[in-house]
Design a protein around this ligand. Structure first.
Ligand code: FUL
Length: 474
């Protein structure tokens, strides 16, 4: 067997839960940051904003959903309560909400309007509820605030239909009384599991991991199998004053670390966990709408670059589009979303692999190479365990211009590929067109157009053996 076989056998036992898989399959979903900040021109409200400032003049959640669908976006997460504590629904537990605003004479419920528009439009709905609350008087008192937070969470979990995710920010500042709250996370998680068992708990939660930045940056190697913690090197432990203290022998993983899953790191793993990356970033410089940023909306080109690196790099993309003071997505943002969607639909319209003949230099006699034509997890291509480098050959029906190869691992069997290269046959010779490291849920390999009738994917290294569910050529 090859060098890392024993380690790799342990690593590939780690796989996604159904709720994690459901979010990964959405690939691209949106945030809408909307609260009093939209009207006060701030990014963080301090909780003293009068409810009277919140007054969208022409709110139309169907317009949001139409714009999202034009980009191919599959779900929307609404900031039901941001750090300022203002609730977009008429919560029974606070006066600081839409019910005391001029919007619809206090009869409005924006969480309802948005969740219903998502259901009508056939996209999923999720909630952002900030644990940090700069308005609630009970904030910082311990259990009284946890009770308040759980009451609000219960309203959101029970009154607005199925939620695909509950998004918890890690921010924890001071409340109106100058005190910080120690959040009872396990209590919040238990409530979500009880009331919405299919919802993935994101960021400050067990199911979906923050990518580590808000700029849209990505890693070259993005792993979903992570260590729960790693043992620190022996010499560090030996030099430590309290080296007999077990906690000093352990290092927690930070989402901002560059390496979250290499074999080198995994050799020191104390446990394993599936935690796929989500990249959250805004279409504008801020998370909330500011009219002075109308000329700073990211270009279609920039947005597509982020889309390629995230959706095509084993991370989901959570793109924020902040509604303006009318309660609409601004025309510029709508145009950018449409531009993205048109490009993506056009580029991936015809999969040349469908009519190709697909073979491999080895297979297990059962999970055959042709199985990668089906974009599903029921069938896949797999060699025998221990065969960690293989070549898939894709003979096209005729010579074509090719610019993209898409590879998806069968992630119910974990993430396995460490390294690959892609070649095209040009004038009878193999030419390497691109290469990379991890694949995971999906890799979109983009390269300069090449005229070819044959492509090959060389898996150069993988854990135990690669299990490939899909290959697309465009
Ligand atoms: C951050 C917040 O402080 C920002 O306002 C925004 O909501 C972003 C998604 O998360 O931590």
């Amino acid at each position: 067997m090859y060098e890392h076989f024993e380690l790799d056998k342990k690593l590939v036992k780690c796989a996604p839960s159904a709720r994690q898989l459901a979010v990964e399959e959405m690939e691209f979903y949106a945030f809408a940051h909307f609260t009093v900040n939209t009207f006060t021109d701030k990014e963080w409200g301090d909780g003293t904003e009068p409810e009277s400032v919140f007054n969208p003049s022409a709110l139309d959640a169907d317009q949001w959903v139409d714009a999202l669908k034009a980009a191919g976006i599959k779900g929307l997460i609404l900031t039901c309560k941001h750090h300022d504590g203002f609730c977009l629904w008429p919560s029974a537990y606070t006066e600081h909400s839409v019910k005391n605003s001029p919007y619809m004479n206090g009869q409005g419920d924006i969480v309802r309007e948005v969740s219903e528009a998502c259901a009508r439009g056939g996209i999923k709905f999720g909630v952002y509820l900030s644990p940090w609350d700069r308005n609630a008087q009970v904030y910082g008192q311990g259990k009284p605030y946890d009770d308040y937070f759980c009451n609000q969470l219960t309203e959101l979990l029970t009154q607005y239909g199925p939620l695909f995710t509950v998004w918890f920010d890690g921010a924890c500042g001071e409340g109106p009384n100058g005190k910080k709250q120690v959040y009872d996370w396990n209590r919040y998680y238990a409530l979500i599991r009880k009331l919405q068992p299919d919802a993935a708990i994101a960021i400050s939660g067990p199911d979906i991991r923050w990518c580590g930045n808000e700029a849209g940056d990505t890693r070259e190697s993005e792993w979903s199998v992570l260590p729960t913690s790693v043992s620190i090197e022996d010499e560090v432990a030996a030099n430590s004053q309290t080296s007999d203290d077990a906690s000093f022998r352990e290092k927690k993983i930070s989402e901002m670390d560059r390496d979250l899953g290499s074999r080198t790191l995994m050799q020191r793993a104390n446990g394993l966990v599936w935690r796929p990356s989500e990249t959250d970033t805004s279409i504008r410089p801020g998370w909330f709408y500011h009219d002075h940023e109308d000329d700073k909306v990211r270009s279609v080109e920039t947005l597509l670059d982020i889309w390629y690196r995230t959706v095509g790099g084993n991370s989901t993309l959570l793109l924020n589009i902040p509604p303006d003071r009318r309660g609409l997505f601004h025309e510029v943002d709508v145009e950018r979303l449409r531009g993205m969607g048109e490009y993506i639909r056009r580029t991936f319209a015809v999969n040349l692999a469908e009519d190709a003949v697909i073979t491999a230099d080895r297979d297990n006699g059962y999970d055959l190479p042709e199985n990668v034509k089906c974009d599903c997890y029921d069938t896949y291509y797999k060699p025998f365990d221990g065969e960690n480098s293989v070549t898939l050959n894709i003979k096209l029906s005729e010579s074509q211009s090719v610019t993209h190869v898409v590879i998806k691992e069968c992630i119910p069997y974990s993430q396995r590929i460490e390294k690959y290269a892609i070649d095209a046959k040009v004038g009878g010779e193999w030419v390497e067109v691109t290469s990379g490291t991890t694949v995971g849920y999906k890799k979109i390999a983009k390269f300069d157009a090449v005229e070819t009738d044959e492509i090959r994917i060389r898996i150069l290294d993988s854990r135990v053996c690669p299990i490939i569910s899909f290959v697309g050529i465009y």
